[in-house]
Design a protein around this ligand. Structure first.
Ligand code: SF4
Length: 82
C-alpha cells in the first residue's frame, strides 16, 4: 500500500499521488519509470527519477489509465485516497 502520510512533495493536490522515496516501509518510489512511461499525461519524474502526479485524472478513461499504473507499480507507491 502507498503511504498517504508521506506523499512526494511535488504531487499536485488531489486524490492521486506517489509516495515519497523516503518511505520506511519500502513503498516509496524506486524510480522504475513504469508510471511516467505508461501515463505521461499524469505522472512525471523529479530530478532523481522519482515519480509524482502532476495532473489528476478526471475522465473514466484517464482514471483507468492511472489505475493500470497503480497496479503495475512494483512497490505499490501510487495511491488514491479520493
Ligand atoms: S511505477 Fe512506482 S516505482 Fe515506478 S516510477 Fe512510478 S511510482 Fe515510482
Amino acid at each position: 500500500m502507498s503511504n498517504k502520510n508521506l506523499k512526494h512533495k511535488k504531487n499536485i493536490p488531489g486524490a492521486w499521488y506517489c509516495t515519497d522515496p523516503d518511505d520506511d516501509n519500502g513503498e516509496g518510489c524506486i524510480a522504475c519509470n513504469v508510471c511516467y512511461t505508461g501515463a505521461p499525461d499524469f505522472f512525471t519524474e523529479d530530478e532523481d527519477g522519482n515519480a509524482y502526479v502532476y495532473k489528476q485524472p478526471a475522465t473514466p478513461e484517464e482514471i483507468e489509465l492511472c489505475k493500470e499504473q497503480m497496479e503495475a507499480c512494483p512497490v505499490g507507491s501510487i495511491g488514491f485516497d479520493g
